[in-house]
Design a binder for this molecule. Structure first.
Ligand code: ADP
Length: 232
């Protein structure tokens, strides 16, 4: 088991967010985290990254995984899109050592990941001048520099047009097929149901966690998610 979360709850200024949240992630899983705005998705992301302590419960990492080995793709923000650096610099910044102390192995890894994401020809371009879809590929290559095992993707396709969204999803699928475990926060329930091996649906105190097949059998889940039309 890569991650085991048990009976988690969090608090902001005395107000409880999420409660009794229990789920796990195994090697090779594709877990999609869905839920309305304010349901606690970002809080969970922060907790997995070690940036928010649970008020109750535990998060355990297994199979030799360390929290620092999670490749993280943050939500897109304007400030981030305007980052004044080259594509190569952004990708390299996902490696453990800091510039200018990157090892030869890290530079090779950076080059490999840029190739994998189809952005090697953009290496010297300025990150801020790229399209949204290209920027997401750069940030995915960056996240891959931090991991070979687990990607944590926070709404990777938010704000992208449908064609670019498809392209990015197929890149993510390819990474999963390569054996990388994926946790993806998304609003796109329809897409989530197509790719996820497991679903985590945050909804007040009625969280659902289980295999995608069970989620489709769960009437309440489908009603909350608006995914009813997929189940005919
Ligand atoms: P989501 O990502 O699903 O939209 P969040 O984890 O951002 O949900 O938020 C869950 C709840 O916690 C919301 O009610 C939100 O207002 C509250 N919350 C999140 N961050 C903070 C914070 N820094 N201070 C106070 N309340 C917060």
């Amino acid at each position: 088991m890569l991650i085991k979360c048990e009976d988690l709850s969090f608090e902001y200024e005395g107000r409880q967010v999420l409660s009794g949240l229990t789920f796990h992630v195994d090697e090779g899983d594709f877990l999609c985290v869905v839920g309305e705005n304010g349901s606690g998705k970002s809080t969970l992301v922060k907790a997995l990254l070690g940036l928010k302590k649970p008020q109750r419960g535990s998060i355990e990492f297994g199979d030799g995984l360390k929290p620092t080995q999670i490749g993280y793709l943050p939500q897109r923000t304007e400030a981030q899109s305007d980052f004044p650096a080259s594509v190569r610099e952004v990708v390299l910044s996902g490696c453990r050592s800091r510039a200018p102390f990157h090892t030869r192995a890290e530079k090779t890894r950076c080059a490999d990941n840029m190739k994998l994401m189809g952005i090697d020809s953009l290496a010297s371009r300025s990150f801020r001048e790229l399209s949204g879809g290209q920027q997401q590929r750069v940030l995915l290559a960056r996240a891959l520099c931090g991991t070979e095992r687990l990607l944590l993707l926070d709404e990777p396709t938010a704000g992208l047009d449908p064609i670019v969204t498809r392209e990015l999803y197929s890149v993510i699928d390819a990474l999963h097929e390569k054996g990388i475990t994926v946790i993806m926060v998304t609003h796109d329930v329809v897409e989530a149901l197509e790719k996820a091996t497991h679903m985590l649906h945050l909804h007040d105190n009625h969280n659902f966690f289980g295999p995608t097949g069970d989620y489709l059998e769960c009437d309440d889940c489908r009603r909350f998610s608006g995914g009813e039309h997929r189940h005919d």
